[in-house]
Design a binder for this molecule. Structure first.
Ligand code: B12
Length: 367
């Protein structure tokens, strides 16, 4: 993809300059200035291309990277959670401003699609970006936003006769729910195009769940336009989700997921034994630690669900980076992993996943 902005002398600020301007406005929590930056960018770019193309470039090459920078700065402990929330709210306003600026003109011609986040998924901005780009490219889009209960999604598809549903998920712990949603939509005769970070590198988990996948909004338009792999599923295609994932027969996922309170409590007790300093923790600190261990167990369950140890290893190394940026040594994760290994010693796939994560933690720069 070419980069936003053009050479010096053309009157259009460079991509770096535009991104810096938006970043400064967003990190100063200056909504008015941020909206002015994106509107000016659309106007400047529209001199060399159509207003719709200009708007698309501002969405994907200016606002999306700014939002990614928000995430990176939060992860590096350079933004507080409140600043991250404010920045996200401003970027959402910027998306609306750009979409409104380009809304006038052509009617949708390509077909009707529904864009939604899977149930439990709060990350609506990525789905919103996809929805707006598809509108700009001539699709009629029903955008349903964050955490859409599967039953209501299916009812909507029936009512609106969508040609396809685009499902977004950012967090891999939502994969089992995503799988149910994909299967339900397909059973209702509507093909599914999935996207977002939850579906793994190159969308490997989407394909496991019999959904098509695209990396981004432009890829989504391409897949929808070509229609390959998006044929309407028939009654003969319907099957139970377990049939997609034969490894679930060993019941490890079900055991870890359904009894997760038990390993969380046991691991908390083990970690406390290993870290006597924890006994002085306030109730609030204990609750946060229990929450962290719960995240470990739910990511372990997600890795069991898709039978991919790399899912858990990515989560552990990500957590290690977050801790390191907050001056907590990454090796403080080892007692929790060790405790889970002992508690789940009878589960071979869990043991393998935990061993691989432990290896990555001790071998890499996270040790
Ligand atoms: C903003 C944000 C939030 C906001 C979301 C608000 C909103 N309205 O969206 C709030 C505060 C609610 C939030 C909550 C949480 N978050 Co958060 N969040 C982010 C953040 C900073 C930005 C997300 C974003 O908009 N990215 C920008 C877009 C442009 O990028 P994108 O997601 O890759 O999307 C593109 C493609 O993936 C693709 N795409 C996306 N969807 C689809 C769908 C289809 C069909 C297609 C074809 C393509 C496609 O196209 C998009 C546009 O190009 C990310 C960090 C990051 N780098 O993304 C963390 C992040 C996703 N969050 C994270 C976490 C951990 C959480 C919480 C669990 C935190 C907590 N402890 O409570 C909760 C989970 C809530 C839940 N149940 O879902 C982690 C996830 C780590 C992991 N385990 O995978 C991240 C990565 C933070 C980090 N830097 O480490 N979060």
């Amino acid at each position: 993809m070419t980069s936003i902005g053009t050479d010096e002398g053309s009157g259009v600020p460079s991509s770096g300059e535009l991104r810096d301007r938006l970043w400064r406005a967003v990190s100063d929590v200056d909504e008015t200035r941020a909206i002015a930056v994106v509107r000016d960018a659309v106007a400047a770019l529209a001199t060399g291309t159509s207003p719709r193309r200009a708007a698309e470039r501002v969405l994907l090459e200016l606002i999306a990277p700014t939002q990614e920078r928000v995430g990176a700065q939060w992860a590096a402990n350079a933004l507080t959670i409140a600043q991250e929330h404010a920045a996200t709210a401003i970027n959402e306003r910027c998306v609306s401003a750009v979409a409104d600026a380009a809304a006038a003109g052509a009617e949708p011609v390509k077909g009707r699609v529904t864009v939604a986040c899977v149930d439990g998924e709060w990350h609506a901005l990525p789905a919103r970006l996809v929805a707006e780009v598809l509108r700009l490219r001539g699709w009629h889009v029903d955008y349903l936003g964050a955490q859409v209960p599967t039953g209501h999604l299916v009812a909507h598809l029936h009512q609106r006769r969508s040609d396809a549903v685009l499902l977004s998920s950012s967090i891999p712990t939502h994969l089992p729910t995503a799988h149910t949603a994909i299967s339900s939509c397909r059973t209702a005769g509507v093909p599914v195009l999935a996207g977002g970070a939850a579906f793994g590198p190159e969308g490997r988990y989407a394909r496991l769940m019999r959904a098509q996948w695209a990396a981004d909004a432009v890829g989504a338009d391409d897949v929808l336009t070509r229609g390959v792999g998006l044929e309407r599923p028939t009654v003969r295609d319907a099957r139970l989700v377990d049939a997609d994932l034969p490894h679930l027969d060993d019941q490890e996922y079900t055991m870890v997921r359904q009894t997760r309170r038990q390993p969380v409590q046991q691991t908390l007790a083990d970690v406390e034994d290993g870290f006597p300093a924890m006994r002085a923790y306030t109730e609030y600190q204990r609750e946060r630690t229990a929450e962290d261990i719960d995240h470990l167990v739910t990511h372990l369950a997600a890795a069991l669900y898709v039978d991919d140890p790399a899912l858990f290893t990515r989560f552990i190394t990500w957590t290690a980076d977050i801790l390191t940026a907050r001056h907590v040594p990454a090796h403080s994760l080892l007692p929790a992993i060790g405790s889970l290994r002992r508690r789940l010693a009878d589960f071979p796939r869990s043991t393998g996943i935990l061993n691989e994560a432990r290896g990555a933690l001790t071998a890499g720069q996270h040790a």
